[in-house]
Design a protein around this ligand. Structure first.
Ligand SMILES: [Zn+2]
Length: 392
């Protein structure tokens, strides 16, 4: 009986430790956890619909899909230095005006735009997506512009934007903070009708207020959490610090010596090696239990699909996120440990399409299929401001 119980426990969480392989890996410095900058916008649960009134008195009702795109715009804005709440309002006004917060294809000019997740066709000039950005004006390729996350980054612009210095994003407009928000939106969109944008300012404010309220505590509302979309996937450990130690699939369990299914991919790395979020998302679990040891679960929307990523075996002091927190691809969320049913320091990574509790697939293969970027130290600093949670 006891043996059977142990075998059951082992299915999910027992991992091979790479004790011998890692002696040559330098122990990395353990970067301090950064404090959250005031004014960060944390996206909470997204409602099924939102009704607001424009300046002209028209009633606008937005559905969950439109609000999910709004969440992407808010999250990208909160991750971009210098944007802040005023910049996010301008971006929402622009996307409301240009596309009604829909990812629009342009099958007249670019038939291939229909191959990407979308919310309908507009075929206006050669414009695409949320902000109706034009490939022919240099905003990006069709593939880039059919990505809501890319469009948001291009709209905000600035030195870290994808098009710097031209075409200009909001941060590239001198003195944009002093302009009327409608005029600022117009300056980026180079449209002839600034009044159109101003009309949506009350709707943009209503969206921001509704989506950035703190996530409910207690975990009873997990089902309503919708996470911002992303296409950027990163490898969860720094380049050169890890080795593959045990793959996904059936194997002889290292503790019970019985055949058992290993639901994750194990990467051996030195104790204290930083663990990065594999993609933008929302933390739905961060805690410490017997068999998993430290466990962080992050929910993502990648390519329109809900995905949960699991990170296990951190020590209790090596968990830097809490439930409800919005995280960015590459954000330092914890440190490699060897807690729970582990035989040496490593990261046990799982990927579960459909979200938490759904069956796992081969995480290592998934990272390969997504073209996960290797991370070097320089790319992680942008993601250091959401670690205290609940900040507004
Ligand atoms: Zn494992």
């Amino acid at each position: 009986m006891l043996k059977k119980l142990l075998a059951t426990l082992a299915v999910a969480a027992v991992c091979f430790g790479p004790a011998t392989v890692l002696l040559s890996v330098a122990v990395l410095a353990n970067p301090a956890v950064a404090a959250c900058a005031p004014g960060s916008l944390i996206v909470g649960p997204i409602p099924d619909s939102l009704t607001a009134t424009t300046k002209n008195g028209e009633t606008v009702t937005l559905n969950r899909q439109q609000l999910t795109h709004a969440a992407t715009i808010i999250t990208v804005g909160s991750q971009t230095d210098g944007v802040g709440r005023p910049g996010v309002v301008i971006a929402l006004m622009a996307a409301l005006t240009e596309s009604h917060l829909r990812m629009l294809t342009n099958t007249g000019t670019y038939p291939e735009s229909a191959e990407y997740p979308n919310d309908g066709d507009a075929s206006d000039h050669d414009s695409l997506g949320l902000f109706q950005m034009r490939p022919q004006a240099g905003w990006g390729t069709v593939s880039e512009l059919m990505d809501p996350n890319y469009q948001a980054r291009a709209f905000y612009g600035g030195p870290a934007g994808p098009n710097y210095p031209s075409p200009r994003g909001l941060l590239d407009i001198p003195g944009w903070q002093q302009l009327d928000p409608g005029e600022a939106a117009q300056a980026v969109e180079v449209s002839a009708y600034p009044d159109r944008y101003q009309n949506y300012q009350p709707v943009a404010e209503a969206i921001l207020t509704a989506l950035t309220r703190p996530a409910p505590s207690g975990g009873g509302n997990r089902g309503e959490v919708v996470v911002p979309e992303t296409t950027r996937v990163v490898f969860p450990l720094p380049e050169g610090t890890w080795v593959r130690t045990s793959p996904f699939g059936w194997r002889i369990d290292p503790v019970t010596f019985e055949e058992a299914f290993h639901s994750g991919s194990d990467y051996g790395a030195a104790d204290g090696t930083p663990i990065y979020a594999a993609a933008d998302g929302i933390v739905t679990h961060a805690g410490y239990t017997g068999s998993w040891g430290g466990l962080i679960i992050i929910e993502h929307t990648v390519g329109g699909e809900r995905i949960a990523s699991y990170y296990a075996h951190m020590w209790e002091h090596g968990i830097y996120v809490t439930e409800g927190m919005t995280v960015t691809a590459g954000q330092h969320i914890g440190d490699v440990g060897s807690s729970g049913k582990s035989t040496g320091p490593h990261l046990h990574l799982e990927i579960r399409p459909g979200g938490e509790g759904q069956p796992a697939i081969d995480a290592d293969q998934w990272l390969t299929d997504q073209g996960a970027e290797g991370i070097t130290g320089g790319t992680t600093s942008r993601a250091s401001c959401t670690l205290t949670g609940g900040g507004r």
